[in-house]
Design a protein around this ligand. Sequence first.
Ligand SMILES: [Zn+2]
Length: 193
Amino acid sequence: MVFIGDIIAKEEEYLAGKGTVVDEEGNIIASVIGKVKKDPQKKEISVLGKLVLPQVGDSVIGLVTDVKEKVVLVDIQEVKGQDDKKRTLPKTSGVIFIANLSQSYLENPRQAVKIGDLIKAQIIDEDPGAYLLTMKDGALGVLLGLCSKCREKLLEKGKDVKLKDCSVMICSKCKGIETRKLAKDYIYKGEHK
Ligand SMILES: [Zn+2]
């Protein structure tokens, strides 16, 4: 498998076929993600790009790896398109800005998510290093939240009074209270009242 920008051959070795470009130094470079195909008779090298890349609007399952003052960092595990088919991931970094965590005004991202949470989000933009994500929509948010003290699962206790689309969560073990912005299909929803 080669990625966009990978040098796959020299111009003196092969002719540049489909899915390739030639740079100023005579390197043949992949212009799509896919498999390299060499045609020994034509002396041609090409890249068969069958893979569909993530796009704006696709849904993402990811693990929260860091929560900073204004942003949440996500390790993207899986991307599905609006056709429900899996996408190939050239990069796995996701970023959610605090304003895209919830429809309520948050003072701190930790009111909606914490490190180690499994989340469902949506791609709203892309830059060379990461996908920009949102979990503002009602269906999006935390799929599985773990207690920040004892790492046990959090159960939904009820809706938060101030943060309207967030929930008050109780730890199934230490009974600690935290808040989360839950996805519609939160894994332990409804177990605790
Ligand atoms: Zn706990």
